[in-house]
Design a protein around this ligand. Structure first.
Ligand SMILES: *Cc1c(COP(=O)(O)O)cnc(C)c1O
Length: 358
């Protein structure tokens, strides 16, 4: 007898699926990193520095608060609700995982739109769920018959603003979906701080709506891993049973709570990113790019030539952006808004490449 092949030890759904591919985090050389929508830190936030100073290593030998109530209270205050409306996660990806485990059985259906966040199909595959990917219109807007296309699914993931396209969807249309769809609607607001409006009121109004948020983008805290969701206490209570007992570590709870309580810092950082976003959008359009109107901290842009070549040439020149193969996305690159100096260098290199190709 020989040991079984590892392939046959895996659940068939896992053996068959492709894993999620995160954006590169290269350590070999230094790039201007405009590929994973992190928010560049120009100066550490004083609230974070203060919270770090107050950390006591003696506390590290104990388990953290399993409910992360400090974080929940800070998040609840933002929405005028009590903590039983909030669940905290190890990043908002953890919230998405908890949601799929809470609401979707093996063989059930998960729905999303296409193109959107590439983690949703991966989570559906892990759960051995069927997947409906409703195509967005050519301009990346929501199709009018969306509810008809996704009805029957247990869970609908909607990133608003969407990724990787950066556009948002009219709130009235989203409200209509929440009202008519029979399953759970999870509105992923990873980029909402850069947008004109948000859907928190829908989570308060409808018993089947969850709004998820993250500190990875607007708060410049991707490394500490903190996200949370707002939903009615019935859904939150169910999700609390599913999450890992200590899913948010002690250090993250302390830093995250401090960050959530410092909304002035957030406003300042977001205003700067929005200003740079408007400027770079204009600069690219002047150079013949088609740019989707963005409500996020990145822009989705179609260069005058082949997007794949532009992506590679930028990389050769030390600038990392994101390129997604796939029919709807392969003519575009996704460019994270960095510091003004980074964006100036990005535009310089772009000018050089455009000149070489004419
Ligand atoms: C970045 C991102 C997330 C998750 O971020 P976390 O770092 O896990 O909080 C979730 N959804 C979308 C659409 C994202 O772009």
């Amino acid at each position: 007898m020989s040991a079984p092949q590892t392939e046959s030890l895996l659940r068939p759904a896992i053996a068959a699926m492709a894993g999620y591919v995160p954006g590169e985090q290269p350590r070999d050389r230094s790039y201007i990193k405009l590929n994973t929508n992190e928010n560049p830190l120009e100066l550490p936030a004083p609230a974070i520095v203060g919270a770090l100073r107050r950390l006591d290593p003696n506390d590290f030998s104990r388990y953290p608060d399993p409910l992360a109530n400090g974080v929940r209270d800070a998040a609840a205050a933002l929405f005028g609700v009590t903590r039983d409306w909030i669940i905290a996660g190890n990043g908002s990806d953890d919230i998405l995982t908890i949601a799929i485990r809470s609401f979707v059985d093996r063989g059930d259906t998960v729905a999303t739109v296409q193109p959107s966040y590439s983690l949703y199909p991966v989570l559906a595959a892990i759960q051995d769920a069927a997947l409906i990917e409703a195509p967005l219109n050519a301009d990346f807007s929501l199709p009018v018959d969306l509810v008809e296309k996704i009805q029957g699914a247990r869970l609908f993931f909607l990133a608003r603003p969407n990724a990787p396209t950066g556009n948002s969807f009219p709130i009235g249309q989203v409200r209509d979906i929440c009202e008519r769809f029979n399953g759970v609607v999870l509105i992923d607001e990873a980029y909402v701080d850069f947008a004109e409006d948000h859907c928190a009121a829908l989570a308060k109004e409808f018993p089947n709506v969850i709004v998820s948020r993250t500190l990875s983008k607007s708060y410049s805290l991707a490394g500490i891993r903190l996200g949370y969701a707002l939903a009615n206490p019935g859904l939150i209570e169910g999700m609390m049973k599913v999450k890992d007992s200590y899913n948010v570590n002690f250090v993250t709870q302390k830093l995250g709570e401090a960050a959530l309580r410092d909304q002035a810092q957030l406003k300042m950082v977001v205003a700067r990113i929005k200003q740079t976003r408007a400027r770079v959008t204009g600069e690219l359009r002047r150079r013949g790019f088609e740019v989707v109107d963005s409500q996020a901290n990145f822009i989705f842009a179609k260069p005058p030539g082949a997007a794949a070549d532009y992506f590679s040439a930028l990389k050769d020149n030390g600038i990392l952006v994101r390129y997604f193969t796939g029919e709807r996305t392969r003519d575009y690159v996704r460019i994270t808004i960095g510091t003004d100096a980074e964006m100036a260098e990005f535009l310089n290199v772009t000018d050089k490449l455009l000149k070489e190709n004419t």
